[in-house]
Design a protein. Structure first.
Length: 487
């Protein structure tokens, strides 16, 4: 009883071992007592009534003992039942059984005789010591046309004469139930083993993952609950696989991104130790370079901090009403200068009719800045970067477009995944691969969505969609729900 297999087998088989024998006993009892004995009693009752009608038309048998003996002898020759003729006083007139000849002319001591003498039919089943039916007794009064009692016909039938049919019936019922029991045990055993096998597969697969041996995806089959368990396991396995891949990419990216500035810092320190600090201009250049390398580490640390918030689900928004038209114009100014300084054509079309929305300006500025930074960085000289915004239905959209290198359909499906960097080596060649992931999560936290539309060698377009608040939906409730969603 310690393992699950034994318990499952017993849980499937024990009910059958208890219920089937009880059903067999009940079925045999019902068939014998309610079907066969009732049918036999009805048959004897019909015989007794027919005999009573015949005896009523022969009044001489009630007055002459010899005629009565001849009548019961002829009846007994055609039937297996014992026949008695009883006069209205309860005395035996004749019987087809020689053993009853000594009682002819004497009153009979029968429990139901008084009922028959009163003009009513009487049916009685007598049982033996083993509680099995032994004799069926039928008493039918014979009534003349004047409604007077002529006598009583008594038929008795030994049940032992039909007992062989009872035995055969019992064997048939027991045989059918035995076959049913064997089939039930086999099916129950099969179901129990299949259920145990499915649970064992899940257990072994979980243990393999925990011990770092294998990442197995199990086929989703079996009962609904087992399929649900297998689906949950496969989902968990896929999630763990993704987290493991993300961890490896994070370590690789960290080594790459941190190693470069550390190498530059180490070279500058080595130069200063070797006497470069004696030259004021050279020392100043080295220190500026070291400061620049340290500054480049700040965005990396910021991305890692925001990734930490994303994993822990602690992303919080400080929302306040903002006029998007004025705010977006101010946000775009530094990026316009950066684009023009690189020789990129800048185009901005921001509607003056943008609504006032409750947003976190710092977080949303980070999203817009990330998109504009990528557009400027990956658009070649002579290209174009655009910033447009407008209202459509109950949403405000902000679109950043460029005429840079563009992306394939496969890349567009992965750019919002953490640590993703293009295999082409020129769309996202640097960084941790977290900028678009964080931007995507921040837009989701505002209950919006971030979409991308791109084509290779023709540029990309990123669109931020922000919903409008309704009058019956307070901003606090909206962003509480968004925060949960971002988690």
């Amino acid at each position: 009883m310690r393992n699950l297999r034994t318990r499952l087998i017993l849980s499937h088989i024990l009910p059958l071992l208890v219920i089937v024998p009880l059903m067999g006993i009940a079925l045999i009892y019902i068939v014998e007592t309610q079907v066969m004995l009732t049918a036999l009693s009805n048959e004897l009752t019909q015989q007794a009534k027919l005999t009573a009608e015949i005896a009523r038309d022969q009044p001489n048998i009630w007055a002459n003992t010899d005629q009565a003996r001849i009548f019961v002898s002829r009846f007994g020759a055609h039937h297996q039942s014992n026949v008695m003729l009883v006069d209205p006083k309860g005395n035996l007139l004749a019987s087809n059984q020689p053993a009853d000849n000594d009682q002819v002319g004497h009153p009979l001591d029968l429990p139901n005789l008084s009922t028959a003498l009163a003009g009513e039919d009487s049916i009685q089943v007598n049982y033996g010591q083993n509680l099995q039916a032994e004799i069926i007794e039928i008493l039918v009064p014979v009534i003349n046309p004047d409604q007077g009692l002529v006598g009583v016909i008594r038929l008795t039938h030994q049940v032992s004469s039909v007992y062989d049919r009872f035995v055969r019936l019992r064997y048939i019922i027991v045989g059918v139930l035995a076959v049913e029991l064997l089939l039930g045990v086999a099916v129950g055993l099969l179901l129990a083993l299949n259920l145990e096998r499915s649970l064992r597969q899940v257990t072994e697969a979980v243990y393999d993952i925990a011990s770092g041996r294998n990442w197995t995806t199990l086929p989703e089959q079996g009962p609904q609950e087992i399929r649900l368990l297998l689906r949950a396991f496969n989902t968990l396995t896929e999630r763990l696989r993704m987290l493991e891949d993300a961890r490896r990419r994070l370590l690789a990216n960290l080594v790459h991104e941190v190693g470069r500035p550390i190498g530059a810092l180490q070279s500058a320190i080595q130069a200063l130790r070797n006497g470069a600090d004696q030259d004021n201009s050279l020392r100043s250049e080295l220190l500026e370079g070291m400061e620049a390398e340290v500054q480049r580490l700040h965005p990396l640390l910021d991305n890692l901090a925001q990734l930490h918030d994303r994993v822990l689900g602690t992303l919080e928004l400080n929302c306040q009403p903002v006029d998007l038209s004025d705010w977006l114009t101010c946000v775009a100014v530094p990026w316009r200068e950066a684009a023009q300084a690189k020789g990129i054509h800048w185009e901005a079309s921001i509607s003056d009719m943008l609504p006032t929305l409750n947003v976190d300006t710092d977080r949303l500025a980070q999203v817009v800045g990330n998109l504009l930074s990528n557009a400027v960085k990956y658009t070649p000289v002579g290209g174009e970067v655009s910033l447009t915004a407008g209202v459509e239905s109950d949403q405000t959209w902000i679109r950043v477009g460029d005429t840079g290198l563009g992306m394939s359909a496969e890349e567009q499906q992965q750019i919002f995944n953490p640590f993703y960097r293009s295999h082409r080596g020129h769309r996202f060649p640097q960084g941790m691969g977290l900028g678009l992931t964080i931007a995507h999560d921040l837009v989701l936290a505002h209950n919006g969505r971030l979409e991308v539309d791109s084509e290779l060698d023709k540029g990309s377009s990123f669109t931020i969609w922000l919903p409008h608040l309704t009058d019956d939906q307070p901003s606090s409730e909206l962003f509480q729900r968004n925060d949960n969603k971002s988690q």
